[in-house]
Design a protein around this ligand. Structure first.
Ligand code: SF4
Ligand code: FE
Length: 483
């Protein structure tokens, strides 16, 4: 069975990549002191392998491949039914509940599902053979249970100019050379979720392309350790707390996200890994489908929301006020917002449909509404959590002071609340809430909710396109007998 064990996954990503971090070239990152910063993101990614091994989660975490007939990790599945779309978002909520952060494996998964139908449609129009290539490529991903990043966002340079009018042509990743064997690409992809943890990446254009921009209409698969790729590790708030001895100050010391700045400097891509090469009219459709799938994926935030609501309820309990009506009301508000998010993830899945290529796709309008809600509700849920936790989440002394024989007993005395609550447990919980509110996990829960899978305006454009206002006008005219 092609399911990697968590240990096999760990070993398989220990390869020498061209990685920089804090100004230093890092070889063998798993042996470097900075691994303490990287490790929580690997733990979160590894959770997708751990849960797939457990009987109680197999119905969500695994699926039967239509390409190989084998049981595979659902993160590598091409959706074959509405039920698959629903199970996808249930799996993402589960993963969010178990890690309380971004677990990184959805981007390549969503890119693959978008490419599956787009390659089929390009072939139909142009007589190319991208679809068969892609099926071959993705079959390998499934049988080896690979972790695949998705690479979309270019640096974009001067945003008033098209890709080919930029002063620096590399502002958008593009083809710089090609021959019968393959293509050579140059450019950068930024905000690369989980790239260091990934075996491969699927690269896609960042926006719709026009005639004359053929070199920018390119999609391909690449190994993340390919020659010419440079990774520069992204900083996150309070990340160096992970280097300290006292893990409680980290908040969530087990799990975290990872974002990488990735540069492609004349990287050769063999033809069998190229899935779009110059078909400009399909670039926009690939962007939209990928974005639609990833906007469906934000069920992950509902899982993180579940943990945060749990933390807020626990902090109220620790303060002895859990039953106070205004506290309960705030918790109810958090649940209502969180379940509204999940309702949209579910709705766009249930209203999914079959593409001509044979795979299933979410409902585009509802997926965009989902993501638009995600740009707002986690901020409100987070605000309520901070309200319930109290100002102490940003004023507490360090764990070292808690452990110091002079100050420790004083802090324990004055951090005590109810008789049965350990001050250390309260400290842990408050640091955990700090981590989501303003620490490293705030990137995942808040800023990524805003900008991930496209910033808010991108969804508003898609909602406007599908709003169908003319039909809505007809409804009122019919009721009022207006011709
Ligand atoms: Fe997956 Fe959510 Fe992270 Fe995107 S933000 S990769 S959907 S966990
Ligand atoms: Fe993301």
């Amino acid at each position: 069975m092609p399911l990697k064990t968590p240990q096999e996954y760990l070993e398989s990503i220990r390869r020498d990549v061209n990685l920089y971090m804090f100004g230093e070239r890092i070889s063998q990152f798993w042996k470097h002191p900075y691994y303490k910063i990287i490790e929580p993101s690997i733990n979160a990614a590894k959770k997708s392998y751990e849960l797939a091994q457990l009987d109680q989660y197999k119905h969500l975490m695994t699926a039967k491949s239509h390409l190989t007939g084998e049981t595979i990790n659902r993160f590598t599945h091409i959706h074959q039914s509405v039920d698959d779309l629903v199970k996808k978002v249930e799996m993402q909520r589960l993963m969010g509940q178990k890690t309380s952060c971004c677990f990184q494996r959805c981007v390549g998964f969503d890119g693959a599902n978008a490419l599956y139908s787009v390659t089929w449609e390009i072939d139909k129009k142009h007589g190319t053979n991208y679809h068969e290539r892609f099926k071959q490529y993705w079959g390998e991903v499934q049988s080896q249970d690979l972790f695949v990043a998705g690479s979309m966002t270019d640096t974009k340079g001067d945003r008033s100019k098209r890709p080919s009018n930029q002063t620096d042509p590399d502002a958008y990743l593009h083809i710089v050379d090609s021959n019968d064997d393959g293509i050579v690409v140059r450019g950068a992809k930024i905000h690369q979720t989980g790239f260091l943890n990934s075996h491969r990446a699927i690269v896609m254009p960042t926006l719709a392309m026009k005639p004359g921009e053929e070199n920018y209409a390119v999609s391909f698969g690449v190994n993340t350790d390919e020659k010419g790729i440079t990774m520069i590790y992204g900083r996150q708030a309070s990340d160096t707390r992970k280097m300290e001895e006292n893990k409680l100050d980290v908040g969530n010391w087990k799990y975290g996200g990872q974002e990488i700045f990735v540069i492609f400097d004349n990287v050769f891509i063999p033809s069998e890994q190229v899935f779009m090469q110059g078909e400009v009219e399909f670039a926009g459709e690939l962007v939209n489908r990928f974005a639609g799938f990833h906007r469906q994926s934000y069920a992950c935030k509902t899982g993180v929301g579940d943990v945060l609501i749990g933390a807020a309820a626990l902090s109220a309990q620790y303060n002895g006020v859990e039953e106070a009506p205004h506290i309960r009301d705030k918790l109810v508000e958090m649940v209502q917002l969180n379940e509204t998010l999940f309702s949209c993830s579910l709705a766009c899945s249930v209203k999914g449909f079959k593409r001509d290529a044979g795979n299933y796709e979410m409902d585009m309008l509802l997926a965009n509404v989902n993501k638009q809600n995600v740009t707002r509700f986690p901020y409100e849920i987070g605000r309520l959590a901070e309200d319930l936790a109290g100002g102490i989440i940003c004023t507490m002394p360090s764990q070292a002071d808690l452990d110091n024989p002079k100050t420790g007993p004083l802090l324990a005395k004055y951090l005590s609340t109810c008789d049965d609550v350990s001050p250390k447990d309260r400290y842990k919980l408050l640091r955990f809430m700090e981590n989501i509110s303003m620490g490293a996990a705030s990137l995942s829960y808040k800023t990524e909710s805003l900008h991930g899978a496209g910033s808010p305006q991108a969804q508003r454009i898609m909602i406007a396109r599908q709003a169908n206002l003319e039909d809505k006008k007809k409804l009122v005219k019919e009721i009022l007998d207006i011709k």
